[in-house]
Ligand binder design. Structure first.
Ligand code: AOF
Ligand code: ZN
Length: 354
C-alpha cells in the first residue's frame, strides 16, 4: 500500500510544475488506515508547502485521527525557516503518527535535519519509498544541489540527411509547427534558455514563450567579444538576458534587464565558470537551443543531462547549402521516442533515472 499512496503524492506534486521553481515539486497524502483523509501539494513558489496544505485539507471531524495516521511526502519535510515555517514543526505539533518519504532533501539547509527533528519528537520515519521516481520528478532540484550546476537540456532539430542548419545563411526551417509550439512549452518549464553567438546573430531569436501560456525564462547568450548587435531581439529588455563574454572591462554599461558577466580565460574551463555563475544566480535548469558549436562543447565536456532531438522529414540538400552544418551525434540512453506532427522526437538521458 505504501507505494500506492506515494504514487498519489507524486501525482499531486506534478500539479506544481512550472510554478514552484527554484523550489522542488512536492506532494503529500495523509492516510488513516486505508483511507486518504488529506491531500496537498506545493502550489506556487513562496507559498505553503505540501505538508501544510495536506494537514489543513483534513476535515475538522478527522483532525483527531492524525496521531494514528501516516503522512506520505515525496520529499523530506523541511526544518528551516525560509519563505515558509518548517513543515517538520507542523507535523510534530499536529502529532502525526508516521512519516514516509521518497527522498532526503539535498538542500543543505534541510538535508537530514527534517528527519532528525521528527525522530527526536518520537515520530516514526521511513525514507526511500519510490526513491527513483522522486528523483526523476525533481531532477533539476537534485542536480542543482548535488552537482552545483543547473540541469542541462540540449535541444536541436535535424534534417533526414543529418544537418542542423547552414553556417552563414538565413535560418532554415527544419521542424514543423507542432514541434515549434512544444519548444515554447519546454521553455516555459525551465529557468533559462541559452544560445551561442552565431545563432543569436543569424536567427535573431526572441527566446520567449509567445506560443505557450507559460512564464518566460531568463535568456542567456555567449558573446565572447561582445560583438553582437545591440538591436537584436535578445536585447529588447522584455526579459532579463545574461551575456557571458571575455572582455575584461569594468566600464561596460549595463542596460535594464541586460547583465554582462565576465568569464576569465585563466580561471579554468569556460563552461564550468559559466555554470558556476548560473548556480550562484539560483538558476536550476537551462535549455540549450544551439548552435552546433555550443551543443558540441557541452557534450564534449560531459556537461549535459538530457538531449531532445527532432528528426524532420526535410532534406537540406547539401548541393544547395555548401556551408551546411552537421548535427551533433547523439549520446546517452534513449528514454523516449514519439511523433510530434511530422517530426520524430527522441529524448536521451545522460544517466539512467537522472
Ligand atoms: C517541504 N515541503 O512542499 C517543499 C519543500 O523558502 P521556503 O520556506 O519555501 O523553503 C524552500 C525549501 O524548502 C526548498 O529549497 C526545499 O529544500 C524545501 N521545499 N519542503 O517540506 C515542500 N516545497
Ligand atoms: Zn516545508
Amino acid at each position: 500500500m505504501n507505494e500506492i499512496f506515494m504514487l498519489r503524492a507524486l501525482e499531486l506534486a506534478t500539479l506544481g510544475r512550472g510554478h514552484v521553481s527554484p523550489n522542488p515539486m512536492v506532494g503529500c497524502v495523509i492516510v488513516h488506515g486505508e483511507r486518504i483523509i488529506g491531500e496537498g501539494w506545493h502550489q506556487r513558489y513562496g507559498e505553503a508547502h505540501a505538508e501544510r496544505n495536506a494537514i489543513f485539507s483534513v476535515r475538522p471531524d478527522d483532525m483527531h485521527l492524525l496521531p494514528e495516521s501516516t503522512a506520505y511526502v515525496t520529499l523530506e519535510p523541511c526544518s528551516h525557516y525560509g519563505k515558509q515555517p518548517p513543515c517538520a514543526d507542523l507535523l510534530i505539533e499536529k502529532k502525526i503518527g508516521r512519516v514516509i518519504c521518497c527522498n532526503d532533501d539535498p538542500n543543505p539547509l534541510v538535508s537530514g535535519r527534517g528527519f532528525n527533528k521528527l525522530r527526536a519528537a518520537g515520530i516514526a520515519v521511513e525514507t526511500g519509498v519510490l526513491a527513483p521516481e522522486g528523483r526523476e520528478l525533481n531532477a533539476r532540484f537534485f542536480t542543482f544541489f548535488e552537482k552545483k550546476r543547473p540541469y542541462i537540456i540540449l535541444k536541436w532539430a535535424e534534417t533526414t540527411d543529418g544537418f542542423i542548419g547552414a553556417v552563414g545563411g538565413k535560418p532554415v526551417k527544419i521542424s514543423g509547427d507542432l514541434s515549434h509550439r512544444l519548444v515554447h512549452r519546454w521553455r516555459s518549464e525551465e529557468d533559462a534558455i541559452m544560445v551561442g553567438t552565431n545563432t543569436a546573430r543569424n536567427d535573431n531569436p526572441s527566446l520567449n514563450t509567445r506560443r505557450w501560456p507559460g512564464k518566460n525564462p531568463v535568456r542567456i547568450v555567449i558573446d565572447n567579444q561582445l560583438s553582437l548587435d545591440q538591436n537584436l531581439n535578445l536585447f529588447d529588455g522584455s526579459q532579463p538576458t545574461i551575456v557571458y563574454h571575455q572582455i575584461d572591462n569594468e566600464n561596460l554599461a549595463d542596460r535594464p534587464n541586460i547583465f554582462r558577466s565576465f568569464v576569465t580565460r585563466s580561471a579554468g574551463p569556460f563552461l564550468n565558470q559559466l555554470l558556476t555563475d548560473l548556480h550562484q544566480r539560483n538558476i536550476q535548469s537551462v535549455l540549450v537551443e544551439g548552435g552546433a558549436t555550443l551543443l558540441q562543447s557541452f557534450m564534449d565536456a560531459g556537461l549535459w543531462d538530457e538531449m531532445r532531438v527532432f528528426r524532420s522529414q526535410t532534406m537540406l540538400d547539401k548541393g544547395r547549402f555548401t556551408d551546411a552544418v552537421e548535427a551533433p551525434s547523439v549520446r546517452g540512453t534513449l528514454a523516449s521516442r514519439e511523433m510530434v506532427g511530422e517530426d520524430e522526437l527522441s529524448v536521451y538521458k545522460n544517466s539512467p533515472g537522472g
